[in-house]
Structure formats: structure tokens, C-alpha cells
Design a protein around this ligand. Structure first.
Ligand SMILES: NC(=O)c1ccc[n+]([C@@H]2O[C@H](COP(=O)([O-])OP(=O)(O)OC[C@H]3O[C@@H](n4cnc5c(N)ncnc54)[C@H](O)[C@@H]3O)[C@@H](O)[C@H]2O)c1
Length: 323
């Protein structure tokens, strides 16, 4: 893809110190655009991981880092006053499905209120494009291929927060002509992945001969999507002006946790020690994306199979100093 295809000049990326935000910034910074990255470095994992990502991004002179909490709208407003922002890619959020059951109010603040703040700023400063990172979790216990036309069935406060943001986005798009595109991401993995996610937990534990915990009997299935395909989906969405759409970004294939562990064992060359614990009610049985719409509207075509992606990730983690 050509790097000169964007018509935006100043792109605001929230959550730039996070797993997906960091990977997206790295790719976008290869273009001529200026990236303003906002993050308050509040992810639930090691602070050093986040600060190293920011340090890495700051090496590019078309990157500006703003360490601020998006809940503080008056402080964020100064950035909108100072820079002529063309589009917003909003990734900042609290991300743990299970944690959202323990601390649901955090998800109201950092997901719903923060998105509202940004939509308000879009309205005030006449920003025409907003790309939102939603989640497959909004489908809840829907079965089979998950299609954007299905009625959402959130089964966790996290999923409710993501669905609420989509509804606010739809309303602002209608009222103020903001182009709002909600990308529903299906379990993302790859280099710089969050340490709390299944693939990183499994890979790290097996490499270190530690036991892995599987919640449920291992039959839960996920559509795991490699980070490069997700970044490509965001880049494609950023090039379009889409009035209002919800679009799945997945692979269209799912795999059970048991089969995933077998593959990881094979690629690392070691057996896993597995401890089975009770499953969570908030975890859907399966996520499996219907990606027909992404193909049609964005020309999105995921390229990395689970086997290729696991090998790439295991190779990366072997070389990385920050796990
Ligand atoms: N990783 C996945 O598999 C996945 C799947 C579906 C959706 N998503 C969505 O993609 C986005 C990015 O996820 P990720 O995996 O990179 O998570 P992450 O935790 O690595 O990144 C989120 C970032 O948001 C920042 N943040 C949170 N609240 C903030 C606030 N109030 N002000 C400023 N910054 C704040 C955090 O510091 C963190 O850097 C999230 O919106 C998440 O819900 C991720």
C-alpha cells in the first residue's frame, strides 16, 4: 500500500502506548502525516512496556506524544485548539473483559465517557472522521459466523461499553455529519501483544516451563487475528470517508484453545503443563467473524494464518527484551 494515499495531515491516535495503538502508529509514521498520540500510560500491565513503546515512537520527528487522561476534556481541548486535527483513531480504553465485571465503573469512565468527550470535540472542532476500535465481544453468545447485522448481545460490562460507544457514534454521525467507522476487532495477537492475553500467557509460560491456566475445558473457540492484518484494516478505513458503518476485522476462521495450545507446543518444542479452572460466564463460546463487509467496503483481506502468526510471534518473543 502506498504511504501517500491519506488525505489527512494531522491524525490523532488515542491509546498510542497500547498494543494496537503502538503498532498502528509505527506504520502510520512511515507516511508523511503527523501523528499526535495521546495516552495516560494506565494499562493494567507493566508500565515499562508502555514507556518503551512511547520512547520508540518519539524517535520519529512526525510524532508528538501527549501524556494526558482523555477523561479531562478541558485539558484535551487545548490540543484540539492548537492543532488542526483531520481525523481521530480512537483506541484508548480499559480492555479486560473479566476485569470489567470487577470494576464496571472504570469502563463507564474510560470507555464510554472518554469516547463521548472525543465525539464532543469532533463536533466543536468540526473534525470529519472518527475511527473507533470496537470489539467482537458485542456479539456475546450469538452463534456461527458473526455478522454486523446481528442484534448485539453484550454479556460483560466491557462489551456494553463498546456497544454504547457505537450507538453514540451513530447518533453523532447522524446529528453532526461525522464520518464514524466502528471496527469490531476479533482477538488480536502478535508482536508487542498485551501480556494478559491468552497467546502471550501461553507462550511465555511454556517457554519458562510454568503451568498455564485454561478457564473452561479448552473447547472455547476464538478468531485470532494477526496484528499486521488489523493495522492494514485501520489504514484502509482511514483512507475512506465512511458516513456510518460497523465493520468486522477478523480472519473468518476460529480455533479452539486446546488446538491453539497444541500448535504453540509444536512451534516452541515443549509440552505445556495445563491447569484447568472454571470458565467465565462473560466469555463467549466462540467468536468467528464474517468478513464479507470488510472485504467489500475496505478491500480488506487478512493474510496471516494462525500457524504463520504463531511462528512470527514466537520468533519475535524469543528476540524481544520486553515480553
Ligand atoms: N487486543 C485485542 O484483542 C482487542 C480486541 C478487540 C478490541 N480491542 C480494542 O482495541 C483498543 C486497543 O486495545 P489494546 O489491546 O491495544 O489495549 P492496551 O491496553 O494495550 O491499550 C489501551 C491504551 O489505552 C490507554 N488508556 C486507557 N484509558 C485512557 C485514558 N482515560 N486516557 C488516555 N489513555 C488511556 C492505556 O494507557 C493503553 O495504552 C481498545 O479499545 C480495545 O478495546 C482490542
Amino acid at each position: 500500500m502506498s504511504n501517500n494515499n491519506f488525505d489527512a495531515k494531522n491524525i490523532l491516535i488515542t491509546g498510542c502506548a497500547g498494543f494496537i495503538g503502538f503498532n498502528l502508529c509505527k506504520t502510520l509514521l512511515l507516511s508523511k502525516n503527523n501523528i499526535i498520540g495521546i495516552d495516560n500510560l494506565s494499562a493494567s500491565y507493566d508500565h515499562l512496556i508502555q514507556s518503551n513503546r512511547v520512547k520508540n515512537l518519539k524517535k520519529r520527528n512526525n510524532f508528538l506524544f501527549v501524556e494526558k487522561n482523555l477523561l479531562e476534556i478541558s485539558k484535551i481541548k487545548t490540543i484540539f485548539k492548537q492543532y488542526n486535527i483531520d481525523n481521530i483513531i480512537h483506541l484508548a480504553a480499559n480492555v479486560g473483559v473479566r476485569e470489567s465485571i470487577v470494576e464496571p465503573l472504570k469502563y463507564v469512565d474510560n470507555n464510554i465517557k472518554v469516547t463521548n468527550n472525543l465525539l464532543e470535540l469532533c463536533r466543536m472542532y468540526d473534525i470529519s472522521q472518527f475511527i473507533f476500535s470496537s470489539s467482537s465481544s458485542v456479539y456475546g453468545n450469538n452463534e456461527g459466523y458473526l455478522k454486523e447485522t446481528m442484534a448485539p448481545q453484550p454479556i460483560s460490562p466491557y462489551a456494553v461499553s463498546k456497544r454504547s460507544c457505537e450507538l453514540y457514534g451513530e447518533t453523532y454521525s447522524y446529528l453532526y455529519d461525522i464520518n464514524f467507522c466502528s471496527l469490531r476487532l476479533f482477538t488480536v495477537y502478535g508482536p508487542h501483544q498485551r501480556p494478559d492475553m491468552a497467546i502471550s500467557r501461553f507462550v511465555n509460560a511454556i517457554r519458562q516451563d510454568k503451568a498455564i491456566v485454561v478457564n473452561g475445558d479448552g473447547s472455547t473457540r476464538r478468531d485470532f487475528t494477526y496484528i499486521d492484518d488489523i493495522v492494514d484494516g485501520f489504514m484502509r478505513a482511514a483512507k475512506k470517508r465512511i458516513k456510518f458503518e460497523i465493520i468486522n476485522l477478523g480472519t473468518g476462521k476460529s480455533i479452539s484453545l486446546s488446538s491453539l495450545i497444541k500448535k504453540i507446543e509444536r512451534y516452541i518444542g515443549k509440552k505445556a503443563k495445563i491447569i484447568y479452572k472454571e470458565g467465565y460466564k462473560s466469555d463467549p463460546v466462540e467468536t468467528l467473524a464474517d468478513i464479507t463487509k470488510a472485504k467489500k467496503l475496505l478491500g480488506y483481506e487478512p493474510k496471516i494464518t494462525i500457524d504463520e502468526g504463531l511462528k512470527k510471534y514466537i520468533n519475535w518473543i524469543g528476540k524481544s527484551t520486553v515480553k
